[in-house]
Design a protein around this ligand. Structure first.
Ligand code: SF4
Length: 435
């Protein structure tokens, strides 16, 4: 085993699944005696867990790696994650990078850096992710101390082939954490955290690859029945996986956060078709209609992409009109970015980058307006929330940040009386008497 006092600094870029992977890597290194530190300057080992969803994500990763080597030349650097899987040789050429480990081998990182993997002495460890059938996440218990709202990743990869998306080629086919493993981890987390976020790359597909014809809703029911988790938040489920049954469960169960997130990508059917998305706007609108009818106060969010190849002014205008008409409370807007190896990147008809950015700006403004209307609508109400590690702040079940009137211990379920809208979200009514 390696020196028992090595210190490691881990940075994870990208989505919640990537953050969960970072926590899993931290746990596996901790089991081999590595101590995680919060400052790269104190560490002998630096781990960058990358994202490759856009060109900007790649640029970020390269910038961080160069900065690490410049500022901490004696530290060993390991790069892993989606960028490492997609273009390992590109990363291996960056000065100071000691190892590049693809998603295909990320569970072997601890063995590799501690020198116990004797059969391997090279720099790049990547293989075909399509052949990966196992679920790669390690236990995340004991590594999220002091944080609130830990992420429990229960599903990996995606078997869809949306034409813009690099994820299937860097994370492989959809596969699920076995039910018993999820329950065991959830029991551990439930004792320590008020809220746990369930995440995955295509979360609604959980169970399809497991024996017993299990569905995502079976997982939710089992968690509610067999663990004491105080609040469960579902990170994101594809529109067609939001069944009526799933909406009914979320609406009727006080322990599930009133928060539904359905990736939209475009409000134009022609663009959805070119993206190889499996639904059309009428299906999507039907799902939101059910969500709003069952849960008048729920957060309703979507991912939307601007500047997909060939997106015309008229198609973008359709998207704007569609979003305006829907009960969204927030949007995550992404500017399309060509990813080598995806069908969309080979399609041509690219939209000028300036126009893509302008469309992103328009949708972000629309999102802010919708969010402001939503916040105004909850003033004067009492909302369930969880207190955050960020001092004086809480997050409501319906995904709004609240500045509390008095500091409370983090990681508690509370009820907050909302006084007004502020820039950061909402403010709680002060309990102090007005003099
Ligand atoms: S559903 Fe489509 S966009 Fe989402 S991860 Fe799968 S391929 Fe990518």
């Amino acid at each position: 085993m390696a020196s028992s006092t090595k210190r490691v600094f881990i940075e994870s870029l990208g989505c919640r699944a990537s953050q969960a992977d970072g926590a899993a890597i931290e746990a596996s290194l901790a089991a081999r005696g590595y101590v995680a530190v919060g400052d790269a300057g104190l560490a002998e080992l630096l781990v960058l867990n990358t994202c490759t969803v856009t060109q900007a994500a790649d640029v970020d990763a390269r910038r961080i790696l160069r900065g690490w080597h410049r500022d901490h030349p004696s530290a060993e650097i390991l790069v892993t994650g989606c960028y490492a899987q997609r273009a390992p040789e590109e990363l291996a050429q960056i000065e100071g990078v000691r190892w590049v480990v693809g998603n295909s081998h990320k569970t072997e990182i601890a063995e590799l850096v501690s020198g116990t993997r004797e059969d391997y002495h090279g720099q790049v460890l990547v293989s075909d992710i399509e052949r990966q059938n196992s679920f790669l996440a390690s236990p995340i218990e004991d590594v999220q101390q002091g944080r609130t709202r830990p992420n429990l990743k229960v599903q990996e990869g995606c078997s869809n082939r949306c034409s813009f998306c690099i994820i299937p080629s860097v994370r492989g086919r959809s596969r699920s954490a076995p039910l018993e493993n999820v329950l065991e981890q959830m029991r551990g987390l439930a004792g320590r955290y008020a809220e746990v976020v369930l995440s995955g790359i295509n979360l609604g597909r959980w169970g399809r690859d497991l024996p017993g014809d299990l569905r995502f809703i079976d997982l939710l029911r089992a968690i509610l029945r067999e663990t004491s988790v105080g609040r469960l938040r579902i990170s994101s489920v594809e529109p067609m996986d939001w069944s009526g049954e799933l909406f009914d469960l979320v609406a009727g169960e006080p322990r599930i956060a009133k928060h539904v997130h359905l990736p939209l990508q475009s409000g134009s059917d022609a663009v959805l078709k070119r993206m190889f998305r499996k639904y059309r706007t009428r299906h999507y609108a039907g799902r939101l209609e059910i969500a709003r009818r069952l849960m008048p106060d729920a957060a309703i969010g979507a991912d939307v992409m601007t500047g997909f190849p060939g997106e015309t002014d008229a198609e973008f205008a359709e998207t704007v009109r569609f979003i305006e008409a829907q009960p969204f409370t927030y949007l995550h807007v992404f500017t399309y970015s060509e990813r080598p190896g995806t069908r969309a990147a080979e399609q041509g008809a690219s939209v000028p980058v300036g126009l893509r950015r302008e469309r992103t700006r328009v949708l972000r403004e629309l999102s802010e307006r919708k969010n402001l209307d939503f916040r105004r609508g909850v003033v004067g109400r009492v909302l369930p929330a969880v207190t955050l590690e960020q001092r004086g702040m809480a997050l409501t079940s319906n995904f709004l940040k609240v500045e509390m009137s008095a500091a409370r211990v983090s990681n508690q379920l509370v009820e907050l009386d909302i006084e007004c809208v502020i820039d950061a979200g909402l403010r709680e009514r002060s309990l102090l008497p007005v003099i």
